[in-house]
Design a protein around this ligand. Structure first.
Ligand SMILES: *Cc1c(COP(=O)(O)O)cnc(C)c1O
Length: 390
């Protein structure tokens, strides 16, 4: 999608269920209510019979959440969308909708760690098997997909930021009758629209770029009306991980500036990645924008990437010396963040095997925020010199 007038047309989309906006406020109201009352018995019965579609209870339909869902569906090119209380609720609810005991999932390796742990714990207990594949090796993916129910993708992958040919992977899923699902949190719809590449379902941790201000934990799923309806009716009501109206309101606000923020993250992060690559103390930089060309379908890069420091650089001192880059997980907001790989590798969560995420213990992940490239670079330079003093 091009950034400009069409974006704002999407972002200011008027919403059918928003009947409460009586003052024509430019910002949609937060409909902070659990239930909606009926004027009459007849109205109630018509709603229960499905003759009327209107809000009854906010675990089902809430106007503010619906406004966000419709915006996001439009941005990704989906027919419908559903908001969740977290990205993990979106992932687990979606996967649980489409698999049964005895089924097999094919997933690209180096996944987001909690998605990997979901597959290794709950899915295993449900007798759903997961086969990990190298997403770059289309022949291996083709082979692994035989008899599989679901193809789970991330491109770029978490931490090492390996990119894939998403359209080719989606085509393989289709060939084998496996439903394809992709986590598009990193690229956002500004840089990658996987439904247009043939993927069946796109999901996000809305806690990252969609929200964009580090003040929301939320998730969202989009795709065809038929698939989203299955999630809406078969799993979401019972697992119950619905998005809250206030979080939806914050996300609506976040989406209005998404393309502008993404462009700023992109410009600053690629510049910092290039400068890091030229340093002797940096062994490797994992940033998709440093390759000769981006994979088909990815039209830009965001602010999250990792790099590997040579032996002898004191990573603890490097992190402690940074001032603009704060030590902290997550990403997607205004602020720049740093996560040392050697700390993540010490995590006690079960099952751990963080090595499965492709992490080098001498790697560091950066989220390049919106503070300004030169200020961020000075911060990194200062920390590098501190980390090399003996
Ligand atoms: C953070 C993240 C998630 C999980 O989202 P939550 O909102 O934290 O539950 C999923 N996938 C990716 C790629 C993430 O970075």
């Amino acid at each position: 999608m091009t950034i400009g007038s069409d974006w704002f047309e999407h972002a200011s989309l008027s919403v059918a269920h928003d009947e409460t906006n009586a003052f024509e406020a430019v910002v949609p109201p937060i409909v902070q209510t659990s239930l909606f009352t009926f004027e009459t018995y007849d109205e109630m019965v018509a709603t229960y019979r499905g003759e009327r579609n209107r809000p009854v209870y906010s675990r089902g339909l809430n106007p503010t959440v619906r406004h966000f869902e419709e915006m996001l569906a439009k941005l990704e090119g989906g027919e419908d969308a559903l908001g969740f209380g977290s990205g993990m609720a979106a992932i687990s609810t979606t996967v649980l909708t489409f698999v049964e005991p005895g089924d097999r999932i094919v997933a690209v390796r180096n996944l987001y760690p909690d998605a990997y742990r979901l597959f290794g714990t709950l899915m295993k207990r449900m007798k759903v098997e997961v086969t990990y594949v190298d997403g770059k090796d289309l022949e291996a993916v083709d082979h692994a997909l035989s008899g599989a129910r679901l193809l789970y993708l991330e491109s770029p992958t978490s931490w090492i930021m390996e990119t894939h040919d998403v359209a080719a992977l989606a085509a393989l899923g289709l060939k084998h009758g496996a439903l394809s699902v992709i986590d598009n949190s990193w690229a956002s719809p500004v840089f990658q629209r996987p439904l247009e590449l043939g993927v069946d379902i796109v999901l996000h941790s809305a806690s990252k770029y969609l929200g964009g201000h580090s003040d929301v934990v939320a998730g969202v799923v989009t795709g065809s009306k038929t698939l989203i309806d299955r999630i809406r009716t078969e799993t979401l009501p019972y697992l119950g991980g619905k998005m809250s109206p206030f979080d939806a309101w914050l996300l609506i606000r976040g989406l209005r500036t998404l393309p502008i923020r993404m462009k700023a993250h992109e410009a600053s992060a690629i510049e910092i990645a290039r400068r890091l690559k030229s340093l002797d103390i940096v062994e490797e930089v994992n940033h998709p924008g440093l390759a000769n060309q981006l994979p088909p379908g990815l039209t830009g890069t965001s602010g999250l990437f990792s790099f590997v420091l040579r032996q002898g650089v004191d990573i603890r001192r490097f992190c402690d010396r940074l001032q603009l880059f704060k030590l902290g997980v997550s990403w997607g907001g205004h602020e720049s963040l740093v996560v040392p790989g050697e700390v993540v590798l010490q995590q006690k969560a079960q099952p751990n095997s963080a090595h499965a995420f492709g992490m080098n213990p001498r790697s560091v992940r950066l989220h390049v925020g919106l503070e300004g490239t030169e200020a961020l670079w000075r911060d990194l330079e200062g920390a590098f010199s501190a980390a090399q003093e003996t």
